[in-house]
Design a protein around this ligand. Structure first.
Ligand code: APR
Ligand code: MG
Length: 307
């Protein structure tokens, strides 16, 4: 509990983790990500996650979004497969959408859930049905944004589910999840991420300047505990302090999960690639006026120059 093993994320380590691209590979080689995102008020979030997932190398990306959002996002996403979901009167996912997703779940190699879903009784029941009380899932799952805000309203959610999990809270979402203040969350970010990673048995990506990525400690059968590591991002970049950049991170980590990286490695690589792609944009044009979508567009060159 007292001594935390910290590691700085480095270019060499990230390069060693990027999946190889054999000449005779095909789209199945690089995995199929299901993104569950968006609502009438947050249409762009769904596009940002899906597009970043493509740019980070997933073989296939399916976007599940409320049915009235679907025609709008479909016009923006040429390469994406679409799964329109039942919605409520406000254009947010209906509770019944969890069942629709369960029916086709085995097609996907990873799930990224939550960006721009909004919060209502329906989104709460949807998140509960999909992530907490649904059939036990072995599919690696990332939860972000309103996925986290809805989870936080379900008491002891972590005791009611199992399976590989990544949570990507910003400090405000971390405060909501833990019941602490943002000030308390920010006091010792590495310790905070590690403590709650263990509590929730999930990888915790505590976002912000120098993002902390923590893996859970795991008690073993002989009573000895495996002590989880914390990896720290070397990037502080005020250019990233603009709406939608977190959605891009969700797409990148989701994409790497679909490509077969383990949750802790996918999270560390994703955070690094996101920071490096943003650095490429701001070193060319400065920190003011960065668009989240520009981070996505910088990903191919960032990734391909590491490999
Ligand atoms: N230095 C480095 N990285 C930063 C910095 C900084 N100074 N500021 C922000 N970032 C990075 C974070 O680490 C994270 O990866 O930018 C991203 C911001 O993510 P979010 O805070 O989730 O922002 P956003 O994409 O706008 O979220 C969209 O979802 O989380 C909700 O309330 C949020 O409604 C909003 C929506
Ligand atoms: Mg966010």
């Amino acid at each position: 509990q007292d001594d935390i093993s910290l590691e700085l994320l480095t270019v060499d380590w990230v390069s060693s983790q990027i999946p190889p691209r054999p000449l005779d590979s095909h789209k199945g080689t690089y995995g199929h990500l299901l993104v569950v995102a968006g609502s009438r008020n947050f249409v762009g979030a769904a596009c940002l996650v899906a597009r970043a997932a493509h740019r980070a190398g997933a073989g296939l990306v399916t976007l599940a979004t409320p049915e009235s959002v679907y025609p709008i996002v479909a016009s923006q996403l040429t390469e994406t497969i679409h799964l329109p979901l039942p919605e409520d009167a406000e254009g947010r996912v209906h509770a019944d959408a969890a069942q629709v997703i369960h029916e086709g779940l085995t097609r996907y190699d990873a799930l990224a859930v939550g960006s721009g879903l909004g919060q209502s009784e329906n989104t709460l029941a949807f998140i509960e049905g999909l992530l907490v009380d649904g059939p036990v899932s072995t599919i690696p799952t990332l939860v972000d944004a309103d996925g986290l805000n809805n989870l936080a309203r379900l008491p002891d959610w972590w005791q009611r589910r199992s399976g590989p999990l990544v949570l990507t809270p910003h400090p405000g979402e971390m405060a909501t999840l833990t019941g602490l203040s943002t000030l308390e969350v920010q006091r010792d970010r590495a310790a905070m991420a590690r403590q709650w990673a263990t509590q929730w048995q999930a990888v915790v990506v505590l976002k912000g300047a120098f993002t902390a990525v923590a893996e859970p400690s795991v008690p073993s059968t002989n009573g000895e505990q495996y002590e989880g590591l914390v990896r720290l991002s070397p990037f502080a970049n005020p250019g990233l302090a603009s709406g939608g950049t977190g959605d891009v991170l969700t797409g990148i980590i989701g994409s790497l999960l679909a490509q077969g990286l383990a949750p802790f490695d996918a999270s560390g690589c994703g955070v690094y690639l996101h920071g490096q792609a943003a650095a490429a944009v701001t070193s060319a044009q400065g920190p003011v006026g960065l668009l989240a979508s520009e981070v996505s567009e910088a990903l191919p060159l960032t990734i391909n120059s590491l490999r």
